[in-house]
Design a protein around this ligand. Structure first.
Ligand SMILES: Cc1cc2nc3c(=O)[nH]c(=O)nc-3n(C[C@H](O)[C@H](O)[C@H](O)COP(=O)(O)OP(=O)(O)OC[C@H]3O[C@@H](n4cnc5c(N)ncnc54)[C@H](O)[C@@H]3O)c2cc1C
Length: 266
């Protein structure tokens, strides 16, 4: 049994965020991190590994420096890493990204007992589309928004978080699960883990390595294979300061009502 976790390198938006004059993120000036939800997916996989001894594989699509993020995942306890990287993959939208990741996962191989895990959403693209798209392309049943995962043989019980409650779903392996931050607290890398990470296998999949997969041809990947294009991107104007009304008397209430009326809110 193995668990394949799809993790994405994203800009660290907790620091200073710089925007280029054309409205795109100035990624070069920003630190990168592993997408937070993906850390929860990885932790969930490592917990199952702790309990069952299964293998944990991490996979990403991105430029060469994403190998550093994969190495950190190996230091946390993953066993193998795969980097899908190549000029042909650049400019991919979510459809093309999931096409490439699904082909990479297909090439690694999904067997009966296996689980594929993703984060729910990446903090940069923010679409939450890639996990479900990978599941569709690999013909796997999927459970999204996992806040708890229990494994009993080939049955996985997932508690999904909804806006107003929870839903419990049982699914058989092989399946794909997208994970949210409520699932767990990701572990830190250990010192020995960092040393071991450098002797664990990391494979790069370029276009040549994936091109025989039925999901891959030049019309389904990269900028040309992306059915969506960014038409315009901009920074929304800062909201002005709000109006503070103090007092709990009739006059204050009248003033509040007249402001809301003026703005056509009531
Ligand atoms: C309309 C549109 C056009 C775009 N055009 C471009 C472009 O021209 N050039 C460009 O560089 N980007 C472009 N992007 C961004 C790019 O498509 C996304 O970064 C990528 O598809 C992932 O989507 P997301 O960030 O919304 O991930 P989500 O769907 O929010 O991610 C969900 C989960 O999927 C997995 N995942 C997502 N991406 C990866 C990855 N790369 N590797 C491993 N796992 C992953 C992770 O587990 C993640 O938690 C575009 C996006 C959109 C919406």
């Amino acid at each position: 049994m193995k668990i394949i976790v799809s993790i994405k390198q994203v800009p660290d938006t907790s620091g200073k965020v710089s925007v280029n004059p054309d409205g795109t993120l100035d990624r070069a000036s920003m630190q990168t991190i592993t997408n937070p939800d993906d850390m929860n997916a990885l932790e969930a996989a490592l917990k199952i590994k702790d309990a069952t001894g299964c293998k944990v594989i991490v996979v990403t699509m991105g430029p060469a420096p994403a190998a550093g993020m994969l190495r950190e995942a190996l230091a946390m306890g993953a066993d193998e890493a795969y980097l899908a990287s190549g000029r042909e993959f650049g400019g991919s939208d979510t459809y093309a990204t999931s096409q490439i990741l699904a082909a990479a996962i297909n090439t690694i191989g999904v067997e009966k007992d296996d689980i594929v895990m993703c984060g729910r959403q990446a903090i940069d693209g923010d679409t939450a589309q890639v996990g479900p798209q990978i599941a569709e392309k690999l013909h796997l049943p999927q459970v999204t928004y996992a806040a708890d995962i229990q494994k009993d043989g080939d049955t996985i019980t997932v508690r999904r978080m909804l806006e107003d409650g929870y839903m419990t779903i049982k699914v058989k392996t092989p399946c794909l699960i997208t994970c949210i931050k409520e699932l767990n607290t990701p572990r830190y890398m250990s010192v020995s883990g960092v040393f071991e990470a450098y002797s664990k296998p990391m494979t790069t999949f370029d276009y040549e390595a994936l091109k025989d997969d039925p999901l891959i041809d030049k019309t389904t990947i990269g900028l040309k294979g992306s059915p969506t294009n960014i038409f315009k991107s901009f920074t929304p104007p800062q909201k002005g300061a709000g109006i503070m009304l103090e007092g709990n008397d009739r006059a204050t209430c009248d003033k509040l009502a007249s402001i809301l009326l003026e703005k056509h809110i009531i």
